[in-house]
Design a protein around this ligand. Structure first.
Ligand code: SF4
Length: 309
């Protein structure tokens, strides 16, 4: 991993601003809020209060990464934003315009815009780039940009049913799902899509596999990341939930990344298969709190680190 992020699927993390408001059960143990509490005044934000734009020096970093990527003939994945949400209604729209201008100027970086507010994404992207000109065409005519991946966080079936259709309605070269923290089983093979999500108000509702749509040009999900919850108060993830998504992705030929178990691991998935003190019944459904590091990131004895091309 690169200098400034420990996130398994990104080379760099960039926060254009910090601060957010909780919007889903996946926010219950928000890492960013804990960070803000720990940092105190230095964070410069109260969770749920005003957002704070980061420094000019911080905003110059992606330009440096872009230069390095060009020099070395490679691409870096940039996770934007770990301490905020790009599509947050409470962020001044000019900040988002500046962010998209930065994205436009850094074509050697792949920008991963992951949000818990996917319903805002299409309209906010359109507004953010409406005044740019790229050559002779207004920027939105050239959207989707090849260096932007759009992701939605969902944690259970209800959120997947609600938000996957919204994700599919956002034009993007790569659409991905981050299912972390995974709080319940999710079946992506029977999601109802259409009926007014996004731009296509009169689309019929079609229920099917969003990893592999029947029409080859129909929007679908290109990548799935799964992870358990970490941090204080973390909830366990049942291995069968992760296995099911692994198998759904394999059947559809969609890349799957298993990020972590989180704080808990099922007794039979324990790295040494040894019960820890107080948890020695051997019940296969019993969970052991080992901490994130010891729980690791192997699923049925192997790591899954697949990425879209
Ligand atoms: S959307 Fe993300 S950053 Fe915002 S409160 Fe929820 S978990 Fe935290």
């Amino acid at each position: 991993m690169a200098e400034n992020t420990a996130i398994e699927w990104a080379d760099h993390t960039f926060n254009p601003w910090v601060g957010c408001t909780k919007v889903s059960p996946g926010c219950d143990h928000c890492y960013a809020e804990s960070w803000a509490k720990r940092a105190g005044k230095a964070a410069g934000v109260t969770w749920g209060g005003e957002r704070r734009r980061t420094s000019e020096a911080n905003w110059r970093k992606p330009l440096q990464w872009n230069d390095q990527a060009q020099r070395e003939g490679r691409r870096f994945r940039v996770f934007c934003a770990s301490l905020a949400d790009v599509f947050d209604n409470q962020v001044p729209p000019e900040w988002r315009e500046d962010l998209f201008e930065l994205i436009r100027k850094t074509p050697h970086l792949d920008w991963l815009l992951l949000t818990k507010r996917i319903g805002n994404a299409a309209q906010m992207i359109e507004a953010a780039i409406a005044n740019f000109d790229i050559g002779y065409v207004p920027a939105y005519a050239a959207w989707p940009w090849p260096n932007v991946w759009i992701g939605a966080t969902v944690t259970d079936q209800a959120e997947a049913d609600r938000d996957v259709p919204k994700l599919l309605a956002v034009p993007a070269r790569v659409r991905f799902l981050s299912i972390e923290p995974m709080l319940g089983p999710i079946d992506l093979t029977g999601i109802a899509v259409g009926g007014g999500h996004g731009h296509h108000e009169f689309d019929p509702i079609i229920t099917g596999n969003v990893l592999k749509r029947a029409a080859s040009d129909a929007p679908h999900v290109h990548w799935v990341i799964v992870g358990g919850e970490s941090g204080p108060g973390a909830r366990p993830m049942h291995p069968d939930w992760a296995r099911s998504l692994r198998d759904q992705c394999a059947a559809a030929g969609v890349p799957f990344l298993f990020k972590q178990w989180g704080e808990w691991v099922q007794w039979q998935q324990h790295p040494d298969h040894l019960p820890t003190s107080g948890h020695d019944s051997g019940d296969p459904l019993e969970f052991v709190k080992t901490g994130k590091k010891a729980a690791g990131r192997q699923l049925d004895g192997r790591t899954h680190d697949e990425f879209p091309a």
